[in-house]
Design a protein around this ligand. Structure first.
Ligand code: PGA
Length: 238
């Protein structure tokens, strides 16, 4: 059985409410025109979350949320805000939240358990910084094992994304050999669908998706222009 690849677009702190709406419309039309049948996840900024009427399988998720229905958590959004728009997918463990915003593994594991309890699809990101990669495979394995601490690796609505920190937003993509090797290490720890992320773009996506053990891609920079996203979707084969 060949599994259809999973593509996900992470807008980060880009796009407005208006431009997200225009993007979704163009993406939906483009997917229809190419007869794209797979699912595409889209993570707009929180201010652009909405219910979108689409003919194709575009699933809007939150880039982050706080493990609460509502309450006093300044600057955060909780379940009440997500439910208003029927959001059922959340991205957790992204390296920018781990490293720029200082989210600890135990806090991320807390969020994971909370959103799992509420039946969310969770795209869970893991990946090592450069200094760990430079120490070699065993150091990478140990680092990744720690990022599974407190995480239910058998959760059926889990999708993993392996994103080496040194490849995110840097233009430096991991080689297919390195992705294959690391994905094999990760698959021994968890056999959920596994995406690769880190400078994926139209020029390299076909090679990356062809890597054995790569079930899709989580794309930042190259997903922000809808033409570029469609150029990547057009290279996805069943
Ligand atoms: P990038 O980001 O494609 O810009 O490297 C990937 C990500 O952070 O998910």
């Amino acid at each position: 059985m060949t599994m259809r690849k999973i593509l996900a677009a992470n807008f980060k702190t880009n796009h407005t409410r208006a431009s997200t709406r225009a993007y979704v419309k163009a993406l939906d039309e483009g997917m229809g025109a190419m007869g794209y049948e797979g699912e595409v996840y889209l993570f707009p900024p929180a201010t652009a979350l909405d219910r979108f009427e689409t003919a194709n399988d575009i699933r809007v998720g939150a880039q982050n949320a706080y493990p609460t229905v509502k309450g006093s958590f300044t600057g955060e959004i909780g379940l009440e805000q997500l439910e208003e728009f029927g959001i059922e997918t959340v991205l957790l463990g992204h390296s920018e939240r781990r490293h720029l915003l200082g989210e600890s593994q135990s806090f991320i594991a807390n969020k994971f358990a909370w959103f799992k309890e509420r039946d969310f699809r969770i795209i869970y990101c893991i990946g090592e910084p450069l200094e760990v990669r430079e120490e070699g495979d065993e150091a990478v394995r140990r680092y990744l094992v720690e990022q599974f601490e407190g995480i239910d690796t058998s959760y059926e609505k889990l999708i993993l994304a392996y994103e080496p920190v040194w490849a995110i937003g840097t233009g430096k993509t991991a080689t297919p050999e390195l992705i294959e090797k690391t994905h094999a290490q990760i698959k021994q720890l968890c056999d959920a669908p596994l995406l690769y992320g880190g400078s994926v773009k139209p020029a390299n996506i076909a090679d990356i998706l062809a890597v054995p053990g790569c079930d899709g891609a989580l794309i930042g920079t190259a997903s922000w222009e809808v033409e570029s996203m469609l150029a990547m979707l057009s290279q996805v084969k069943g």
